[in-house]
Design a protein around this ligand. Structure first.
Ligand code: UN1
Length: 495
């Protein structure tokens, strides 16, 4: 790809863009609401503007989505799968430009931007297959001459609220399953990454126009909390899938709970790696660096805490510090760069505050700890010796800060790992079979994801993705996550 302008043009992004759409030719008209600027976090410069939606826009989008649902739910599921297959096909063609836009708008490195588009493609493939496997079950009835079974029906228009850090993949996890399930989708992307969403909407519009549909995939961009709340409180959306912080997730859960709707929550993680006395340290170090520095520490699966056996602590720290000092930080589109910027000034502030809190607690900074004095929102990846009970360690700071803590027994390490409010991802590095099984057993990791000899981030879409406790309990992507987007009906027939 040559330059940013060509890429934007190829994806249908203009200097200013409408922020809402339900199909080709069905974009919201500009209003007098102040323009939303998409900012390149590597420079602080604007990329393009977006007209945020108004309340009347939202009403029109919902109306289209409801009408489309009435038709879409009647389309045979494998045919719905075929539509998703076609979207996946265009994503294959647009992988390079869309991956570049993800990198440009969020600051993640190009390889990660492309990886995200690949995740969308994989998710489309999974959804195509799933469209032929929306299995119900039959059960023996206790009554003679009766048949007892269950089936899965489409649920309705679903609201999908995504975060800036995975601006396209998380939508795909939700939207492709919802679409093959017969639902329509209203997407509220993060106002920090609106252009990625607009680019995806253009792709969906193109395919849906060919199919004679509008309103199946809809876009609703707003930076107004009150409009987001209107969406969350809307009874016409039986399911709200929300990815973001625990603080906002709690509000979403209580608003949706109030109307007894369904939520699918994917909230903060506070993920730990445990390295025991038998671990392959080179393998562990590579995974820890990838897990803690990747996406500049802004994944919900980022490795934030490291528990290392006291006999290996010095050796592992030496390896990590060496690796950290070789990480090139800079323009995420340059091929040698391994870490880009944080998303915005607020994120840099949260990093700075965490570092101050660590110092006040008496934490020893082993590497990094500074905001970089340059344009854009760059910070140093940081390693700190800390204690698990410190409030700063107990919460998720969306930045590349790794807390290192020694332990003496595996039971102690597991207790410390589980001793936080969040429960998303976890990993043990060991060559001891008993340790591995103990970690995965009922008394082991309490997280939604528990890995052995592979790090906390980089989950494949084939498994169900999500976590326990304050992470919210939702599951997205593979396995039987599709069931969240459908309603189960139990049928008894007296024949
Ligand atoms: C997120 O940060 O919201 O496992 C999702 C991973 C990615 C998904 C992260 N596949 O790191």
């Amino acid at each position: 790809m040559s330059n940013a302008q060509d890429i934007l043009r190829e994806l249908g992004i203009q200097g200013t863009n409408a922020g809402g759409s339900t199909g080709t030719g069905r974009w919201c008209a500009p209003s007098n609401v102040p323009l939303l600027q998409s900012i390149n976090p590597a420079t602080g410069d604007p990329i393009a503007g977006v007209h945020p939606c108004t309340l009347p826009d939202y009403e029109r989008i919902l109306k289209d989505s409801l009408e489309a649902f009435q038709r879409w739910r009647l389309v045979p599921a494998p045919k719905r799968g075929e539509v998703v297959r076609q979207i996946g096909q265009i994503l294959r063609e647009k992988k390079d430009p869309l991956g570049t836009l993800v990198s440009l708008e969020t600051g993640k490195i190009k390889a990660e931007g492309e990886g995200e588009v690949q995740e969308m493609i994989d998710m489309a493939d999974l959804a195509v297959g799933q469209s032929r496997m929306l299995y119900g079950a039959t059960m023996p009835s206790e009554r003679p001459a009766h048949r007892l079974s269950e089936q899965w029906h489409p649920l309705g228009p679903v609201g999908v609220i995504t975060a800036f850090n995975f601006p396209v993949a998380v939508w795909a996890w939700n939207a492709f399953l919802a679409a093959i399930a017969g639902d329509t989708i209203v997407w509220k992307p993060s106002p920090k990454a609106p252009l990625c969403a607009i680019a995806v909407q253009h792709i969906c519009n193109r395919v849906m126009e060919q199919q004679g549909f509008s309103g199946v995939f809809s876009l609703f961009i707003t930076d107004q909390q009150s409009l987001a709340e209107t969406m969350v409180q809307d009874r016409r959306l039986p399911l709200i899938s929300f990815t973001g912080s625990v603080t906002v997730g709690r509000q979403v859960a209580s608003m949706v709970g109030q109307r007894l709707g369904r939520t699918l929550l994917e909230l903060s993680g506070n993920n730990a790696v445990i390295v025991d006395e038998t671990a392959d340290l080179d393998l562990a170090a590579r995974a820890i660096v990838f897990g803690s520095v990747g996406t500049a520490g802004q994944r919900c699966t980022t490795t934030r805490r490291l528990f290392v056996h006291e006999s290996r602590t010095d050796e592992l720290i030496a390896k990590l510090v060496k690796a950290y000092s070789q990480i090139s930080i800079g323009n995420p589109l340059e091929s040698n760069v391994l870490m880009g910027p944080l998303i915005d000034l607020a994120a840099v502030e949260a990093y700075r505050q965490a570092i101050e809190e660590i110092k006040a607690e008496g934490g020893q900074i082993l590497h990094g700890g500074k905001v970089l004095p340059r344009a854009g929102y760059f910070v140093e990846p940081t390693i700190v010796r800390a204690h698990n009970h410190w409030p700063v360690v107990q919460r998720e700071t969306f930045a590349p800060i790794l807390y290192v803590m020694p332990f003496h027994s595996l039971d102690q390490a597991i207790e410390l790992q589980n001793g936080v409010p969040q429960g998303l991802s976890s990993a043990l590095f060991t060559t001891n079979l008993r340790h591995s099984e103990r970690f995965l057993s009922v008394g082991g990791s309490d997280c939604g994801i528990a890995n052995v000899n592979i790090g906390t981030s980089g989950a494949e879409i084939g498994g169900a993705f999500g976590g326990e406790k304050e992470t919210g309990g939702g599951r997205e992507a593979g396995s039987d996550a599709w069931k969240a987007y459908m309603r189960r009906q139990t049928n008894t027939v007296n024949w």
